[in-house]
Ligand binder design. Structure first.
Ligand code: 5GP
Length: 186
């Protein structure tokens, strides 16, 4: 089994802008691919099946866990999220760089499975900025926003366990920083 030199795990609190950074990165460096996770949360406006996530029921998610189809999974703010093995295995065999955008627990599990995976944490410039972004999205209820803000605070504590920490200020700059990390030999 590969040790995961081609795996890049990106974490950061919800609203940190990590998805925008990755979108910019793959547009400019199409040789880097993104793993699409499965989730039981509802689709947000503008999100697409098979692009942002595979949206499945709780029963189906649990069936996939039992069938050993999840590389890792977690429960985040009341919903399951997991990385399908099929998104990762064939790519690392072919030596394709693949990015997993997952939360801190999943990141630690990947590091245990693949010690050479590069763990990158994206920090928002400030907590106020993060709150502004989460509220500006207008997709979650006040209760969900508060839950996500509390989780974000907890997650920031984990930044020190990561191999790299980047600050999300300007998208292009952050994406290029991430690309340099991907290109660095391990
Ligand atoms: P959101 O609902 O905002 O899309 O995602 C909530 C959190 O779940 C984010 O921190 C996101 O990175 C994380 N997440 C997305 N997919 C996965 C996954 O497959 N595994 C784990 N462990 N976390 C995930």
């Amino acid at each position: 089994m590969s040790n995961g030199q081609h795996l890049i795990v990106l974490s950061g609190p919800a609203g940190s802008g990590k998805d925008t950074v990755v979108q910019y990165l793959v547009e400019h460096h199409p040789e880097v691919e993104v793993s699409v996770s499965m989730t039981t949360r509802d689709k947000r406006p503008g999100e697409r099946e098979g692009v942002n996530y595979y949206y499945i029921s709780t029963e189906e998610f649990e069936r996939r866990i039992a069938a050993g189809e999840a590389l890792e999974y977690t429960n985040y703010c009341g919903n399951y999220y997991g990385t399908p093995k099929s998104e990762v295995d064939s790519r690392i065999e072919k030596g394709i760089n693949v990015i997993l955008i997952i939360e801190v627990e999943g990141a630690a599990n990947i590091k245990r499975l693949y010690p050479d995976a590069k763990l990158v944490f994206v920090r928002p410039p400030s907590f106020e900025e993060l709150e502004k972004r989460l509220r500006g999205r207008k997709t979650e209820s006040e209760e969900k926003i508060r839950e996500r803000l509390a989780r974000a605070l907890e997650e920031m504590e984990y930044a020190c366990d990561y191999d790299y920490v980047i600050i999300k200020d300007k998208v292009e700059q952050c994406a290029e920083e991430l690309y340099q990390i991907i290109c660095e030999p391990k």
